[in-house]
Write a protein that binds this ligand. Structure first.
Ligand code: NAP
Length: 262
C-alpha cells in the first residue's frame, strides 16, 4: 500500500496509456488498468508489479459497450483509493467523411467522447467532495486543425479540449486539477489500427518522450499541455484572440453586416 492515490488509466494495453502506466508505477502509484485486451493488460501488470512493487488491478472493458462502461463508472465512483483518472482510450479513423461508414463513425464518437465524458462524470463529484484529485484527458492537435482532413476524429478531440477547459474552470476552485494533453503524431499502434502507415510520416514523436513531456505539464498543473508545440506564446495568443472575440459578442442585436433594410 502507498499513500499516493491510485490511478485508473483507460487504453492502458498499448501506446500512450501503457506508457502512463509505466511512469505512474515508477512513481509508486497503484493502478487500475482498463482496455479490451486482457492478456496484454495482465502481461503489463505482472511486469510493473515486479519492477515497482505496486498493486495493479485489471478491468477488461470495451468502452463502446454500455455494460462495460457502467462497470468502469462504478469503479470510479466507488473506489475511494482512485484519485487520478487518465482518460486516454481512443481511436482514429482513416478515409474521408463520405467514405466512413456511420457505424464506424458512431463507434469512434462513442469511444473518444461519450466514454470519456461519462468516466469524468463518474469520478468528478467524488473528487470535488474530497477537495482533491486529477482528471487527465488525452486530446490531439488534430482537434485544432480541420485542415488535417480527419473531420470526425478532429471533432472528437475538439470536444475533449473544450470539455477539459470547461471542467478546469469548474473544478479547479474545488481542488480538482483537470489537464488536456494534445499530442501530435506519436509512434503507437493507433496508426496501424486505422490502416495508416506511421513510417510514411515525415515526423513522429516517440511515445516515451510524449508522456514524459505531458507529465512535466502535469507536475506544473498546466490546464493544457501541448508537447509538440515549441513556442508556447502561440497557444497564449490563440487564447487571447478567443477572449477578444468573446468580448465582442453582443447578444441583443445582429451585427451590422447581417441587418436587412426595413
Ligand atoms: P493505441 O496504442 O492504439 O492505444 C489505444 C488504447 O485504447 C489501447 O490500449 C486500446 O486497447 C484502447 N482501446 C481502443 N478501443 C477501445 C475500446 N473500444 N474500449 C476500451 N479501450 C479501447 O493508441 P495511442 O496513440 O496510445 O492512443 C491513446 C490516445 O492518444 C487516444 O485517445 C488517441 O486519440 C490519442 N492520440 C494519439 C496520437 C498518436 O499519434 N498516437 C496523437 C494524438 C492523440 P484495446 O485494443 O486492448 O482495447
Amino acid at each position: 500500500m502507498t499513500t499516493r492515490p491510485a490511478v485508473l488509466i483507460t487504453g492502458a494495453s498499448s501506446g500512450i496509456g501503457a506508457t502512463y502506466a509505466e511512469r505512474f508505477a515508477r512513481r509508486g502509484h497503484d493502478l487500475v488498468l482498463v482496455a479490451r485486451d486482457k492478456a496484454r493488460l495482465e502481461t503489463l501488470a505482472a511486469h510493473l508489479r515486479e519492477e515497482n512493487g505496486v498493486a495493479i488491478d485489471i478491468l477488461q472493458a470495451d468502452l463502446t459497450q454500455s455494460d462495460d462502461l457502467i462497470a468502469v463508472e462504478a469503479r470510479l465512483r466507488d473506489d475511494f483509493r482512485i484519485g487520478i483518472l487518465i482518460n486516454n482510450a481512443g481511436a482514429a479513423q482513416s478515409g474521408s467523411f463520405i467514405e466512413q461508414s456511420i457505424d464506424d463513425v458512431t463507434r469512434l464518437v462513442a469511444l473518444n467522447t461519450t466514454a470519456l465524458v461519462r468516466l469524468a462524470s463518474a469520478i468528478a463529484p467524488r473528487l470535488a467532495q474530497a477537495g482533491e484529485g486529477v482528471i487527465v484527458n488525452i486530446g490531439s492537435v488534430v482537434g485544432l486543425a480541420p485542415e488535417f482532413g480527419m473531420s470526425v476524429y478532429g471533432a472528437t478531440k475538439a470536444f475533449v479540449l473544450f470539455l477539459s477547459q470547461g471542467l478546469s474552470l469548474e473544478l479547479t476552485p474545488k481542488g480538482v486539477y483537470v489537464q488536456a494533453v494534445l499530442p501530435a503524431a506519436t509512434r503507437t499502434e493507433i496508426w496501424e489500427r486505422a490502416g495508416i502507415d506511421v513510417n510514411a510520416m515525415p515526423e513522429v514523436m516517440e511515445v516515451g518522450e510524449l508522456v514524459d513531456a505531458a507529465l512535466v505539464g502535469f507536475d506544473r498543473r498546466e490546464p493544457v499541455t501541448i508537447p509538440p508545440l515549441h513556442d508556447a506564446t502561440r497557444w497564449e495568443a490563440l487564447e487571447a484572440a478567443r477572449q477578444a472575440l468573446l468580448s465582442d459578442i453582443r447578444q441583443a442585436h445582429a451585427a451590422e453586416r447581417y441587418r436587412t433594410p426595413s
